[in-house]
Design a protein around this ligand. Structure first.
Ligand code: BG6
Length: 489
């Protein structure tokens, strides 16, 4: 029996319907939900973009995208899904754009209609205004804003203000796809459905926390966007800070969206910032140079950029040490890092516990407990314990994991994060989406980091593609007598 919960019939309009996100994630996610029977077959899935395509060209593009992203490539199933697809040419900057044509293509009942902004954020507000003018901001409408929501606090506020004039806050879904990942959702279950961890989850027992999101890919054709963003805006402002919040927040009173979001904001507000001095000793920013991708040589960051931005100082790697200034976490360092073109793709959260108060086994080397939450790939949780190595010849202690591997325990296909999030949008469930004040609190912290860098004149370091990042990242830990946990090695 299918394990999914049915959703009511809905329509969706994807602005930027021919773009990268639509092709790689949104259309395949809708296709998979259709294959699992979650779409009732009356849905309208409308791509809206400037490209001069007709419907059949859009359907052909969508087919290529969905088949590339799916194991399921049956023509008969595709043909049924294709009947739901439609396309409309809309240039949101053009006052004469065909908004009424869009309205005419939607179902006329009271079903939820999702307006998904998969475009550059600069046109979010204008698009919403045009939707409002065409009378499409009805009470059943839901607006989805992709990241990045702005490039700093001021631009994020301008977007939030602008879209807020057209749609109420409870109809705005600010997406961070990390929150839709199975293992990220499991973070809350691990923390709040087990009694084991809560008494240990604080400065009393935790030595430090590490969060790593390492990618082996480079720019993937997104040089224009990426060079204006860099790792801090692209990954830290959203994904890494969200992981930090879920790791450190207090238990919410309930799973109500606002209860969860309020707890996350408290973490963001307690997050220690930098000044032009502390930023130098607590952060590292770097750019990759030529190196290897497995056994294949790859070019450096600057060589992949167009000629006019070849002197770019944009960071492709960042590592930093911060603290959460509250009762639970005071004094516990949180080390975070993310980078492109690193040795391998792996994301994990490491809770490093303190050593035992008294070293009873003086002559045997013993480590402190460590909880490793592996987000991707090889999803799972490992709790490292100290075990006596059997056999004669003295007491030897080994650190071995209790291994809770997803692959060993569940044989289901993990839905892509977007599948889960799209269905939550239809249900109107905001729990996995960011509230306005949450996005702005994250930008406040990021703006402080960026201006501290600017004021400090801190140089950008380099690292060879295919490595663990720059030497300075290892030194950030080394200075504190600690090491990054590299469990994939
Ligand atoms: C996106 C970033 O939000 O997340 C990309 O813009 C990054 O640069 C991607 O590659 C990583 O997501 P995932 O799901 O592959 O870890």
């Amino acid at each position: 029996m299918a394990k999914f919960i049915p959703v009511e019939p809905f329509d969706i309009v994807i602005f930027g319907g021919t773009g990268d996100l639509s092709r790689r994630k949104l259309l395949p996610a809708l296709f998979h939900r259709f294959l699992d029977g979650q779409l009732d077959g009356t849905n309208k899935i409308i791509g809206a973009a400037r490209a001069k395509l007709d419907r059949s060209e859009f359907v052909a593009m969508a087919k290529e995208a969905c088949f590339a992203a799916s194991q399921e490539r049956q023509e008969n199933k595709w043909n049924k899904f294709a009947t739901l697809l439609d396309y409309i040419i809309i240039d949101t900057t053009d006052a004469g754009a065909n908004w009424h044509g869009l309205k005419a293509r939607l179902n006329t009942d009271e079903r939820p209609v999702i307006y998904y902004m998969a475009t550059t954020p600069y046109i979010y507000v204008d698009t919403c205004r045009a939707l409002g003018k065409a009378g499409l901001n009805t009470s059943n409408a839901r607006l989805v804003l992709e990241k990045p929501i702005g490039t700093d606090l001021a631009s994020a506020r301008a977007i939030n203000d602008g879209v807020g004039e057209i749609f109420p806050e409870n109809a705005i879904f600010r997406i961070d796809h990390y929150l839709g990942k199975e293992t990220v959702q499991n973070l809350m279950v691990l923390r709040f459905a087990n009694t084991l961890f809560e008494p240990l989850w604080s400065h009393n027992n935790v030595d430090h926390v590490q969060i790593t999101v390492a990618e082996d890919i480079g720019l993937e054709g997104r040089a224009g966007y990426y060079d204006r963003s860099g790792a801090v805006r692209d990954m830290v402002q959203n994904h890494l800070l969200q992981l930090l919040c879920l790791t450190a927040m207090e238990p919410p009173n309930s799973l109500d969206a606002d209860e969860i979001r309020t707890e996350k904001i408290k973490v963001l507000k307690a997050l220690k910032g930098f000044d032009t001095n502390t930023v130098k000793s607590n952060t590292v920013r770097a750019q990759y140079t030529a190196g290897m991708d497995g056994d294949k040589p790859v070019s450096g960051y600057l060589d992949t950029l167009p000629a006019d931005i070849k002197t770019s100082q944009t960071e492709t790697f960042v590592a930093f040490k911060t603290e959460i200034k509250n009762w639970r976490w005071a004094g516990v360092p949180f080390y975070l890092r993310t980078g492109k073109r690193m040795a391998s793709r792996h994301s994990e959260i490491v809770i490093q516990f303190k050593p035992t108060p008294h070293a009873l086994f003086e002559n045997a080397r013993s480590e402190a407990n460590r909880l490793v939450i592996r987000l991707q790939p090889d999803e799972g949780v490992r709790l490292y314990m100290q075990i006596k190595e059997p056999g004669p010849g003295g007491l030897r202690i080994k650190s071995l994991p209790l291994n809770l591997s997803y692959a060993d325990n569940f044989s289901v296909r993990y839905p892509d994060a977007y599948e889960r999030l799209l269905m939550d949008i239809v249900r109107g469930n905001l729990a996995l989406f960011m509230r306005r004040d949450e996005v702005e609190a994250a930008w406040t912290w990021v703006d402080n980091l960026l201006t501290s860098w600017e004021g400090s004149g801190q140089p950008i370091e380099t690292y060879a593609a295919g490595t663990q990042g720059p030497m300075q990242s290892a030194m950030l830990m080394d200075r504190d007598g600690r090491k990054w946990w590299e469990s994939h090695l």
